[in-house]
Design a protein around this ligand. Structure first.
Ligand code: PXP
Length: 236
């Protein structure tokens, strides 16, 4: 199983001050040096974290795979066809949400999504659909021409450690098995952390996990002592 790291949270911090630090491109390079299989970034319609210039820099600089998360819009399709990332992950997007809240309704928009996927696949881009772990969304996804799904682990993460955990986990496991039987490759992500990630090993054939918030959160504390010590030296 591979790890893709989502660097959007670094851009959120940078944008809070409107300057250049911390630089999400530098963060991507550190992840790359660690040997991650991909860098994930979500170019949102409102550009609240990652900006167009960041994606352009990542396309130029990265040696590892770039996974571009994006909404199903003409603007995003045009950008993907121009920049040709290794893969795109199609996600639903609502302006008012804090983060991607639910999966893409592939079943309800089957013809729109199938039409959207086709030019991307023709351009050699791998296409993944971020969906809730339900039988109907998996079956619909298998009809679109996309090669991957990414199972939304948000609910599993939320109920991890409660009586609802097993049920949420079984939805992920059953969906992954069905998807693979239908010829799809399966990624997973959202809300995974240093505790709940271990059960992902119980799902056969999972290809890649996309994780952002817990990694960047941990990095704040694993790096804080050296950052303070360096400044103390300068201040003393
Ligand atoms: N996968 C998708 C499709 C996402 O939208 C996100 C959040 O941007 C993630 C994975 C990573 O989620 P988290 O930041 O909670 O690890």
């Amino acid at each position: 199983m591979f790890l893709g790291v989502n660097i959007d949270h670094v851009a959120t911090l940078r944008n809070a001050r409107g300057g250049a630090e911390p630089d999400p491109i530098h963060a991507a390079q550190i992840c790359e040096e660690c040997g991650v299989s991909s860098i994930t970034t979500h170019l949102r319609e409102d550009r609240r974290h990652i900006k167009d210039k960041d994606v352009r820099s990542l396309v130029k600089i990265l040696k590892t795979n770039l996974n571009l998360e994006m909404a199903v819009t003409d603007e995003m399709q045009k950008i993907a066809l121009e920049l040709k990332p290794h893969s795109v992950c199609l996600v639903p997007e609502k302006r008012e949400e804090v983060t991607t809240e639910g999966g893409l309704d592939v079943k309800g928009q089957l013809s729109k999504i199938t039409k959207f996927v086709s030019p991307l696949v023709d351009a050699g881009i791998l296409v993944s659909l971020f969906i809730d772990p339900t039988e109907e969304q998996v079956i619909a996804s298998s009809k679109t021409g996309a090669q991957f799904i990414e199972l939304h682990t948000g609910h599993y993460s939320l109920v991890y450690g409660t009586l609802e955990e097993d049920e949420a986990f079984n939805h992920l496991k059953d969906s992954a098995e069905l998807a693979q039987n239908l010829g799809l490759r399966v990624n997973a992500g959202h809300g995974l952390n240093y505790h709940n990630v271990s059960r992902m090993h119980e799902i056969d054939g999972l290809y890649e996990l996309n994780i952002g918030h817990s990694i960047i959160s941990k990095a704040v504390f694993t790096g804080l002592d050296s950052a303070v010590n360096e400044m103390m030296r300068l201040v003393k």
